[in-house]
Ligand binder design. Structure first.
Ligand SMILES: NC(=O)c1ccc[n+]([C@@H]2O[C@H](COP(=O)([O-])OP(=O)(O)OC[C@H]3O[C@@H](n4cnc5c(N)ncnc54)[C@H](OP(=O)(O)O)[C@@H]3O)[C@@H](O)[C@H]2O)c1
Length: 301
């Protein structure tokens, strides 16, 4: 099958479309014919060798964790899904013609393939941070970095659950934050004052998505340090903030996808996507590396 591959650590220049052996669905998994595959910052962090264990690949490796596609193999022990079903979900090596998924949900017929492929990691991460930080309906949430792949889904999931959301982004994304029903604020100097002006009664919970907001600002906005959680600045833990990363015990992907299906179908979560054919994956990766993505980047194999 055709797949995006890399054989050495590096930037977008090490990515090549090549023929690789097909994967197969093992027990508890399904294989899909991929219609669209999401790109996440974790992909270039792994390809770059920046994550533990990601140094020096020993063979051609296919990146990607998000996909939407048509089921073409069902592993032993899997129930409730059949060959020919349209699904979206999480797996490995998804930026290819065929990929194996470990968690999935039915794709609503009205949902574009590329939007479905943009959703899984962002939904899983958003569900996780809101649960771990104890966010409740009626509360005020501040999201540091609300316009990117995770941020935009987090904002909309929180609004759908009955929270009021203040979110930061750069000047170009203030209108986008309004579209997704956040109260927009600019990041940078003066952030704390701008958030307090937007939420005069105070903020109940803070989620740092982009990892670029000073810790002092995040803690100044929250009622206590354990009401601040980050997915990108792990230094916050030393000061009593919460952090969450790749610990599978914290992840509830099936539940997150199930909640997301209804919200995506009802347009309560709308994801702006920019699509690239697989042959132009290096451009998508370069855009992700810029750190200023609006919504999500998606590859079409
Ligand atoms: N720990 C986990 O489980 C987990 C899971 C998923 C993702 N992550 C990590 O979380 C981070 C964000 O992921 P993503 O997929 O949302 O990235 P993304 O799609 O690339 O979005 C990045 C966003 O950061 C915003 N941003 C840039 N500088 C900022 C600043 N100073 N203050 C606030 N926002 C700023 C950008 O907004 P502007 O364009 O307006 O500047 C952009 O919308 C990445 O580091 C990723 O690896 C961690």
């Amino acid at each position: 099958m055709r797949a995006l591959t890399y054989t050495e650590n590096g930037g977008p220049e090490v990515l090549h479309v090549a023929a690789v052996p097909e994967p197969h669905a093992g027990p508890g998994r399904i294989r899909v014919k991929v219609a669209a595959a999401g790109v996440n910052p974790i992909d270039w962090k792994i390809i770059g060798g920046f994550m533990p264990g990601s140094e020096a690949p020993t063979q051609a490796t296919v990146p990607g964790f998000d996909a939407a596609g048509v089921v073409d193999e069902v592993g032993d022990g899997v129930a409730g899904v059949a060959v020919g079903d349209d699904v979206f979900g999480l797996g490995t090596g998804t930026q290819a013609e065929l990929a194996v998924l470990t968690a999935w949900a039915p794709k609503p017929a009205s949902l574009d393939w590329s939007v479905a492929a943009a959703a899984p990691s962002a939904l899983e991460t958003s569900e996780r941070v809101l649960r771990l930080v104890g966010a409740q309906p009626g509360q005020i949430l501040f999201v540091a970095g609300g316009a990117g792949g995770v941020g935009a889904v987090l904002v909309q999931l929180a609004v759908a659950r009955g929270l009021t959301v203040v979110a930061s982004a750069g000047a170009d994304n203030q209108g986008y934050l309004t579209e997704i029903r956040a109260i927009p604020v600019l990041y940078g100097d003066g952030l704390v004052e701008r958030v307090r002006a937007a939420a005069p009664g105070g903020v109940d919970v803070v989620v740092d998505v982009a990892g670029k907001t000073p810790a002092a600002d995040l803690f100044a906005l929250a009622p206590s340090h354990d009401k601040v959680i980050s997915i990108a600045n792990f230094d916050l833990a030393a000061e009593g903030g919460l952090v969450t990363g790749g610990n599978p015990a914290e992840q509830h992907p099936v539940e997150a996808l199930a909640e997301g299906v209804d919200l995506l179908r009802e347009n309560k979560i709308v994801i702006k996507v920019q699509t690239f054919p697989l042959d132009r994956a290096a451009e998508a990766y370069a855009t992700s590396l810029s750190g200023h993505v609006r919504g999500k980047l998606v590859l079409l194999p």
